[in-house]
Design a binder for this molecule. Structure first.
Ligand code: GCU
Length: 137
């Protein structure tokens, strides 16, 4: 894992499980969102200064159906993200989105919007962010 990786398995998880049964993840695992509307993963990233930054979510979706999530930053809706099929649960791809971050800690939450839940979530990285969320060994 890179020094600025925010691993999903170290984030705040509601209705999801840390798993490691599909190879290719970084860190010690990934989060399998429960297949329900409302399951979420919330990352905390510390931005050096306020401004627009690029969020990069690494994920896998072994189905052919999109697993969209709603995005919020510090509790404010910040659009939706599409996580289309990657071909296999072991094939990991990235989706990016530019968002406005505040200086200091930012809570970035991805919440499933369909009954299929979210994708398998590996990690979040963000430009302008120098800290990391590593799993507890
Ligand atoms: C399978 C797969 C899981 C995935 C799940 C899903 O069970 O092994 O990793 O999360 O499908 O459809 O969400």
């Amino acid at each position: 894992a890179a020094p600025t990786d925010h691993e999903s398995e170290a984030a705040t998880i509601s209705q999801g499980a840390v798993e490691k049964n599909h190879a290719g993840f970084s860190g010690t695992g990934f989060v399998n969102f429960d297949n329900v509307v409302g399951s979420y993963v919330e990352y905390t990233v510390n931005a050096a200064q306020a401004g627009t930054q690029t969020l990069t979510f690494r994920y896998a979706n072994g189905t052919t159906i999109d697993r969209p999530v709603s995005l919020s930053v510090n509790g404010t809706a910040a659009g939706t993200l599409s996580f289309p099929g990657t071909g296999a649960w072991t094939t990991w791809k990235t989706v990016t989105k530019d968002v406005a971050l505040a200086a200091g800690a930012n809570k970035i939450r991805t919440t499933a919007t369909t009954a299929n839940g979210g994708p398998n979530a590996d990690k979040l990285t963000a430009s302008g962010v120098t800290d990391a969320e590593a799993p507890t060994p």
